[in-house]
Design a protein around this ligand. Structure first.
Ligand code: NAD
Length: 438
């Protein structure tokens, strides 16, 4: 179901492009915040719409052939600092999806008071089509790596000036990682032009890889102690996703004594009411690529997660998994969003009515971008940082944002998702006004 939109704001960009952006979760929540602030429609449009979109075609030479790849660079807002956001390589990249992800970055950096703006890159690569074109058999990680490295190397060449001038500071996202960030560094030879660089290279940051999951687990602990009145030791959690975010969240929760009773991924799941052995599960997933088939605990389907009676439900895989359809089945006391936009606006409202606390993505999973600011600063100054120092910054930034959102909600009646977006919009609007950008 599409969320309600009482007075749709006219978006000038949509007239220029000639097609309308779908009503996304961040637009719906930003429009609510702007209405509360009684901002005029043209200011709302300036806050919601990106400052710049580049749609490009790159002739990319790879494995002896030229493949033309299309992509989008969405620069949403830089009122508070350089545009910041990941480079995504996927078959279903689209203009509006890239804009939505860039907007999410603006909100995420603002709510945690990290002095970056929001941007995103999407490069459309259909790996199935690549296998056909090059006559290769599917599921060859080395082949896919060559394609993604070449795609990012060409992208870095094409956008060299944007990176070198720190207009937009890229990072890894779906389909890219430290290796691809190294090829951007190779192009600019400037360690501060990109974050998420590989270990041991100029300006890399210990703890960057774990920072998002560390932050999710930290926020989860705060929720248990301060909103659920529950000691983390012995509390229960269920997690969707056991990739970078899900696995590190599980590790740090288990370290705090939380019983992680269920974990699912794209191929299945496992359940143990006494708490899963996370270290053993990690070892299993490393060898098999999935949590499914882990000896001992019971098999478990993704769909069973939503009705599980646990203290915490942590979607840390994909977007839009908790919707108006299944929100009423949720028996958890709190949802902590590890993934980007896993809960629809309709589900946020239903869960709020059911008194289930929802901690939004822009707060809960912001540990990665907070650590990126450490990486950026350290790359500029050449001062080294330890993993403990990085984790301390994550705790401070996320902790302060958590306090501000909770306190704000107590006064305004906003749920945590609304309070976080309102706080972010206020900060971005304030910076835009001071810089006379609106
Ligand atoms: P990842 O690729 O490392 O892991 C993704 C996990 O999700 C895997 O376990 C995969 O099996 C599972 N999964 C995929 N499709 C699924 C499905 N249909 N049902 C159930 N499970 C499924 O990705 P990640 O880096 O852990 O990112 C996860 C989410 O967190 C994404 O939404 C991402 O945008 C968001 N995020 C990541 C970071 C970061 O630093 N990595 C930061 C902020 C937000």
């Amino acid at each position: 179901m599409t969320p309600e939109r009482p007075e749709a704001v006219q978006m000038p960009l949509e007239f220029i492009i000639g097609c309308g952006e779908p009503l996304t979760r961040s637009i719906a929540l930003m429009e609510r915040a702007c209405r509360r602030m009684q901002l005029p429609p043209e200011v709302t449009a300036n806050l919601v719409m990106p400052q710049e979109i580049r749609v490009f075609r790159m002739p990319c030479k790879t494995l002896g052939k030229v493949v033309n790849l299309w992509g989008v660079l969405a620069l949403h807002n830089n009122a508070r600092g350089p545009f910041k956001g990941g480079v995504r390589i996927s078959a279903d990249v689209s203009l509006w999806e890239t804009v939505e992800l860039a907007r999410l970055m603006t909100l995420k950096t603002a709510v945690t008071d990290t002095e970056f703006g929001g941007g995103k890159t999407g490069i459309r690569v259909d790996m199935a089509e690549m296998y056909r074109r090059f006559g290769r058999h599917p599921l060859d990680p080395d082949f896919e790596k060559i394609i993604s490295l070449d795609a990012v190397a060409y992208y870095a060449q094409a956008m060299r000036e944007v990176f070198a001038s720190h207009i937009y500071v890229p990072a890894p996202d779906l389909g890219t990682g430290p290796d691809e960030m190294a090829s951007i560094f190779n192009e600019t030879l400037d360690p501060a032009s990109v974050t998420g660089k590989p270990e041991g290279t100029h300006g890399w940051l210990p703890g960057r890889k774990e920072a998002t999951g560390y932050g999710v687990a930290y926020i989860a602990r705060r929720v248990m102690q301060e909103m659920l009145g529950r000691d983390p030791a012995g509390a229960t959690a269920a997690i969707q996703g056991f990739g970078n975010v899900g696995s590190h969240t599980a590790i740090y929760l288990a370290q705090a004594g939380v019983k992680v009773v269920a974990i699912t991924d794209s191929r299945g799941g496992v359940y143990d009411p006494d708490g899963l052995d996370i270290a053993a599960l990690q070892e299993h997933a490393l060898h098999t690529g999935t949590v499914s088939g882990f000896a001992g605990p019971q098999p478990f389907a993704n769909d069973q997660l939503w009705g599980l009676e646990v203290d915490l439900l942590i979607p840390a895989a994909i977007g839009n998994v908790i919707t108006g359809e299944n929100a009423r089945r949720v028996r958890a006391r709190a949802v902590v969003e590890g993934a980007n936009m896993p809960t629809s606006v309709e589900a946020i409202d239903l869960l709020d009515a059911q008194r289930v606390v929802v901690i939004p993505d822009i707060l809960a999973n912001a540990g990665g971008v907070v650590a990126s600011m450490d990486e950026y600063s350290r790359s500029l100054s050449a001062a080294k940082m330890t993993r403990q120092e990085v984790f301390a910054t994550v705790e401070r930034s996320l902790g302060e944002a958590f306090d501000e959102c909770r306190d704000r909600g107590r006064v305004t009646g906003e749920c945590m998702s609304e309070a976080a977006v309102s706080l972010a919009v206020e900060r971005v609007y304030g910076a835009m006004r001071r810089r006379r950008m609106t």
